[in-house]
Design a protein around this ligand. Structure first.
Ligand code: NAG
Length: 296
């Protein structure tokens, strides 16, 4: 029993730590010029270059488990390479998490990092801004997610990989009880396969999903590293084009520290309203009852 548990734990550890994109294939330099490596305290994640000094990524990597915005000094952004050491390293000057990011449902999982400017005017390293996709694509459209094949910088020279992620039907494919069980919201899309050995891992979070070459999704969850029934879940870029564009001209730098998840505020408000309503009803019923008793 103990032995079995150990083997299971070890294999889980192995699967989750070796691959960043289970089943992905290597790419040549310049294939994904918008992909950025976003290091958070040296832990690799993904991002997408959208203009000369902004990268779109996930709130899940810019906030701590306690929903605190991480200080900019914890980040480094690298772009233009197909290995960790290639390309240019950039420091981050500001992080803008979506103010309505919900850390329980991952709704509105989009953040923008403002960094030291990229140089688009040189052939090498090849860096270019992504085109934000505003179209709705049907299921089974071929899309690629991009990410480095390593969970830590300790892995020597990990390559950049891409993985085909066909968009699946949200209702019948992804939200089935055995798959993501309703967790894929309307603002998200789901891509990949239901079978094993192909899928995204935690280090893919924040990385871009490109459909017909255009920036369509931000990897947010479904990071089962190729486990069966764990297709990738992506924030749909088209739902946030306006918000992303608004961040590109922001100059006020959000302070590191506590953020206020809307889920908490909304549910507290809802609970208060419901409780208040119930109390009023109860008082009303008691009054009616008293009157009724007094009359008859
Ligand atoms: C991708 O973006 C380009 C540039 O805006 C556009 O011309 C093209 O139609 C887009 N492709 C799709 C499939 O939406």
């Amino acid at each position: 029993m103990k032995y079995t548990l150990c083997v299971l734990l070890c294999s889980a550890f192995f699967v989750h730590n070796v691959y960043s994109l289970q089943g992905g294939t290597t790419v040549t330099l310049g294939t994904h010029p918008s992909h950025a490596l976003v290091l958070v305290e040296q832990v690799p994640h993904g991002g997408t270059i959208v203009n000369i000094n902004h990268v779109v990524t996930s709130c899940r990597i810019v906030l701590t488990a306690n929903n605190e915005l991480r200080p900019v000094a914890q980040f480094a952004i690298r772009a233009g390479g197909i290995t960790f050491t290639e390309g240019t390293a950039n420091t981050v000057t500001a992080i803008f998490p979506h103010p309505e990011f919900n850390p329980w449902t991952f709704n509105n999982d989009v953040a923008v990092a403002n960094n030291f400017a990229f140089n688009f005017n040189v052939a090498n390293p090849p860096i270019a801004p992504a085109v934000l996709n505003e179209r709705v694509f049907g299921e089974q459209t071929d899309c690629f997610v991009v990410g480095f094949n390593a969970p830590t910088v300790a892995v020597p020279n990990p390559p950049l990989l891409q993985l085909v992620q066909p968009v699946l039907n949200r209702a019948t494919g992804c939200n089935a009880a055995t798959v993501h069980n309703g967790r894929v919201l309307e603002s998200m899309l789901c891509g990949g396969v239901l079978g094993a050995n192909s899928g995204i891992c935690p280090s893919t979070i924040g990385g871009g999903l490109y459909c017909f070459g255009n920036f369509t999704g931000i990897a947010t969850s479904g990071t089962g590293c190729g486990a069966a029934n764990s297709p990738g879940i992506y924030t749909q870029v088209r739902h946030h084009v306006q918000w992303i564009n608004n961040q590109l001209t922001r100059t006020q730098i959000p302070a590191a520290g506590p953020t206020h998840p809307p889920g908490v505020i909304v549910s507290a408000a809802v609970i208060a309203t419901v409780a208040h309503t119930l109390l009023i009803c109860l008082a009303f019923l008691i009054t009616i009852q008293c009157l009724f008793n007094a009359i008859f």
